[in-house]
Ligand binder design. Structure first.
Ligand SMILES: *Cc1c(COP(=O)(O)O)cnc(C)c1O
Length: 422
């Protein structure tokens, strides 16, 4: 369910025509729906509640969409934040997420980032390896603190929509084995700078099948029970994110209530505080990337190229993950569909959003929307080709706000300095 619909022949975000936003902010531009963000968060929260999982900490994965206005929309509903860098901690705090609802994940936290997280008072640091555990212990002791940590386990299951976003196999760089987790947890409970509070896992992203999650989660339950059997206290079980969304060409992913019901079954009778780290399932369908058609370029061989003003630097997923995004004209023209290769202006063949896509007929100047672009869209954008960082707009009902304006070329150049010998 999302709030991007045709009304009077024109694609709207909630009550605002996308063409009005394109006029105000220029193109390309990301547009987010507050109502969709809010709905996805509350549907997931309510599903987890009704599956008997208590009042879980739902820590939105900031890397999916790190815009502070988006984070604020979610934190106003009680969302926490799952962060992977000091920058993301700062964004979460700036958005009003209480530190007590921030979970710090990631395989390569620096000493400086760990110190910043501890001084901010984050809820927990998810530890991915023994060397990291030692570093956190040292940093915490130097600050006179005990760091609340969770051990991230790699449950060694195959899951995730693409090799680059699968994280739960033993060969991936994430987490430790179950045997190592037990050892590290026991060590941590004796370390002066550490206070182990829980265990965590996150097996991948864009998961459309509950079976690997169920397998991983029942192993996690077993781990909690073994640790408790050794007299160790385990307060929290963090089950990560990873639930997939429909990108239209894929099997329908499980619904939040299927997901929650499965967890309720696996965890029945386990008395523990649950945490989740959803990203994509909250934000993906809450955002679109609006672009303008620059040219319709018909080649003699019969290929029709639709050249847009958006490029792979604005939306990297097709180039990076071969991802499929539905593309909709903002004001569809009548007529039979035309098969297009949809490309951006960057000097790389990889700057192709899709090939051989049948779309309603389009002309230069028309607007199109890449659907399901609210997660891993703007957050992964760059200035490659010295294109200005793409702006972002948040819609609420009939209102909209430019929550990240397009930068200016002056500002882009002002960030750089000549070397003294030039
Ligand atoms: C990326 C990531 C998430 C979010 O994944 P989604 O597929 O967007 O739900 C959650 N936790 C960790 C540790 C991650 O790296």
């Amino acid at each position: 369910m999302n709030h991007f619909e045709l009304r009077g022949g024109e694609l709207h975000c909630e009550d605002v025509p996308l063409s009005r936003i394109a006029e105000a902010a220029g193109t390309p531009v990301y547009v987010y729906s507050s109502a969709t963000l809010e709905r996805h968060y509350t549907v997931l929260r309510d599903a987890l509640r009704s599956a008997g999982l208590g009042e879980p900490l739902i820590a939105f994965a900031v890397k999916a969409n790190s815009n502070v206005a988006v984070l604020r929309t979610l934190s106003a509903l009680g969302a926490g934040a799952d962060v992977v860098s000091e920058g993301e901690i700062r964004r979460a705090l700036a958005a009003g997420v209480p530190a007590s609802r921030i979970v710090f994940s990631g395989v390569g936290k620096t000493a400086g980032e760990i110190a910043f997280a501890l001084q901010s008072g984050v809820a927990e640091l998810n530890v991915e390896s023994e060397p990291e555990l030692k570093l956190i212990d040292q940093v915490a002791q130097s600050l006179g603190q005990r760091a609340k940590i969770a051990i991230r386990v790699n449950p060694d299951v195959e899951a995730g929509g693409h090799a680059k976003i699968s994280t739960g196999k033993a060969e991936n760089k994430f987490g430790v084995s179950f045997a190592e987790a037990e050892r590290l947890y026991a060590n941590a409970s004796n370390a002066a700078g550490l206070s182990p509070v829980g265990v965590a896992c996150h097996i991948g992203s864009q998961i459309t099948d509950l079976a690997p999650m169920e397998a991983a989660f029942s192993k996690m339950r077993g781990l909690v029970e073994r640790l408790r059997g050794q007299g160790l206290s385990v307060e929290r079980l963090d089950l990560g994110g990873g639930l997939g969304v429909p990108y239209f060409n894929q099997p329908a992913p499980p619904t939040p209530s299927d997901y929650a019901a499965m967890i309720g079954r696996v965890m029945a009778g386990l008395d523990i505080a649950f945490a989740f780290e959803p990203g994509r399932v909250i934000a993906a369908n809450a955002g679109v990337l609006v672009a303008r058609v620059l040219h319709v370029n018909a080649r003699p061989q019969g290929r029709q190229f639709l050249v847009l003003d958006a490029a792979m630097n604005d939306l990297l997923r097709p180039a990076m993950y071969d991802a499929w995004h539905d593309i909709r004209p903002v004001t569809p023209r009548p007529g039979p569909p035309v098969t297009y290769d949809v490309v951006g202006p960057i000097c790389e063949t990889g700057d192709t959003f899709t090939r051989d896509r049948a779309l309603p007929p389009l002309e230069a100047g028309d607007l199109v929307a890449f659907m399901t672009a609210g997660a891993y869209g703007a957050a992964m954008a760059s200035e490659y080709n010295s294109r200005l960082l793409v702006p972002e707009v948040l819609v609420k009902g009939a209102d909209f706000a430019i929550v990240r304006p397009r930068e200016t070329y002056d500002a882009m150049l002002a960030r750089e300095r000549p070397a003294p010998w030039l």
